[in-house]
Design a protein around this ligand. Sequence first.
Ligand code: UD1
Ligand code: CA
Length: 437
Amino acid sequence: MNIVILAAGQGKRMYSDLPKVLHPIAGKPMLQHVLATARELASGRICVVYGHGGEKVPEAFTATDVTWVRQQPQLGTGHAVLQALPYLDQARPTLVLYGDVPLVRAETLHRLATLASDAALALLTVRLDNPHGYGRIVRDNGRVARIVEEKDADDAERAIDEVNTGILVAPTAALARWLPGLGNSNAQGEYYLTDIVGLAVAEGLTVDTGHPDHAWEVEGVNSKVQLAALERIYQRNVAECLLVQGVTLADPDRIDVRGELVCGRDVFIDVNCVFEGKVTLGDGVRVAPNCVIQDATVGANSVVGPFARLRPGTVLGAEVHVGNFVEVKNSTIGDHSKANHLSYVGDATVGARVNIGAGTITCNYDGANKFRTVIEDDAFIGSDSQLVAPVTVGRGATLGAGTTLTRDAPAGELTVSRARQSTIPGWRRPVKMPKQS
Ligand code: UD1
Ligand code: CA
């Protein structure tokens, strides 16, 4: 099947300099969601018709399986598909998708495609309580006769509640016959793709209709209000999926997954956690409230948070504790190790059974380059220590509280860097001087 994604429209009501199809759902441009769905359906090339926002749209993608077709000016959906026509294989049907309808499911589209053939056009339609603004499906004795746009419809047509989602599958050779001949004498002065329905009927082709399982699949984004609504639907679907797999969510309405979250058995996730990129949580992991976890792996029975941040490249072993206001980046922390309070662990290799005291900082950056810190098994890092990388804390070593470590700490020994404590006898606090008048 050929796939054409229309993405040239302006998105005026987004009130944004960012082209509409680049606005994110779950951290990825809307258009990327549509491309991912398209790839589930067809392995061939995908045409994306772009225009408004210029090269910003193709520049946002690195995919090599996309043919970018510029539509300038944008004269309507029929004109848009016409621009893609030279890149389509006429022996195969063409599916038309919309870059601003991001949640349509491959299953629904697959079902629609089975209705189409050389002699049949398949439209995805839906009945809406409020059909205002949409093209209406006009039927004659139950059979689809044509589509009429809201702005061109009379009162009787406006009363029809079956609407055009815009998504359709058409025989491509027929598109090649119809599209160049479309007119624009309508209320909007546009070349309407929807006019092909009347042409198909006139030629004796069958026009079949398929329907989505869920209304949200065909909801488009024209404003930030609709963007936010679809974001919530997306997140709710992800949460359902996690619940079905056996993950416990303190509140399925308060989790955000912007990427892929893979969970083992008996995982518990408390409220307001954000997962980005690819995150893997092992069996029995507990994530306390308000954590941000990105591209990280958390081993079995570990506890993260509350208020922890795991950044890319974090790999926690089993039964690791990462507590409040602890940031871990590009670091491995071995089994049974703990960093429970107020720490930065960056570019570090931490062994097993290590205790990282409150306020410990790995100073991994000298302003120009980054260096690694190695903390071997069973080390104990006293609170408020700074480990100036590159530096190694040997196996079983202890650092006294407040140590600024600039050279390796030998295994098994106590290393302290602070000045010796002294008391100044008779010292008095300063007193406020009397005001001069
Ligand atoms: C279109 C349909 C309408 C349907 C509705 C569903 C037509 C004539 N009407 O109307 O029946 O109910 O979608 O949302 O097709 N686009 C381009 N180039 C253009 C014009 C549009 O790429 O020249 C893209 C837009 O970026 C958008 C999509 O096509 O993704 C739909 O365009 P829009 O102007 O929103 O069409 P509607 O008037 O909503
Ligand atoms: Ca629209």
